[in-house]
Unconditional design. Structure first.
Length: 157
């Protein structure tokens, strides 16, 4: 492979935010707290596991503004996260703790979203969660960035 202009390229560094796409990622930190508006919130720090963007990190702020309303967007997102990381929710009530989340894997779907102060600038945001394919982390070679279909099978392209 012929390499040109390498001196002008900034090297990829683990820890950078991944671009929009789907990734197998691990929750490395989970902090329970309150949002600026005073709502319940989990701040999750995800690290991409495997693939081209292995080591890239993204922070998610999962806010639940109406925890009593099972139809609220925040509750639906929280339940999607719970299902994606394999926590049993088939009980009347349970306490979701930081310890239950740290170290768990999921497939996260990241999208580009315009900045609030400057819509011409975009940032990557976690928009959804799905269960990670079986064995995704066991071989350290988990496909990332949209390489899997919804059933965890490799895409044909």
């Amino acid at each position: 492979m012929k390499v040109q202009n390498a001196s002008t390229v900034e090297a990829w560094k683990a820890g950078n935010t991944p671009p929009p796409g789907s990734y197998i990622a691990r929750i490395d930190e989970a902090d329970e707290g309150k949002s600026r508006g005073g709502y319940d919130q989990f701040t999750l720090r995800w690290t991409v596991v495997g693939g081209q963007f292995d080591g890239a990190e993204i922070t998610e702020w999962l806010v639940v503004s109406q925890p009593q309303d099972p139809q609220s967007v925040g509750m639906k997102k929280l339940v999607a996260l719970i299902d994606a990381v394999g926590i049993d929710r088939n009980v009347d009530e349970f306490e979701l703790t930081e310890e239950m989340l740290v170290g768990k894997l999921a497939k996260i779907v990241c999208v580009a979203e315009p900045g609030q102060n400057d819509p011409s600038k975009t940032f990557t945001k976690v928009a959804g969660h799905k269960p990670a394919p079986e064995g995704a982390a066991s071989n350290g070679q988990a496909p990332a960035r949209g390489d899997l279909d919804d059933n965890g099978k490799p895409l044909p392209f």
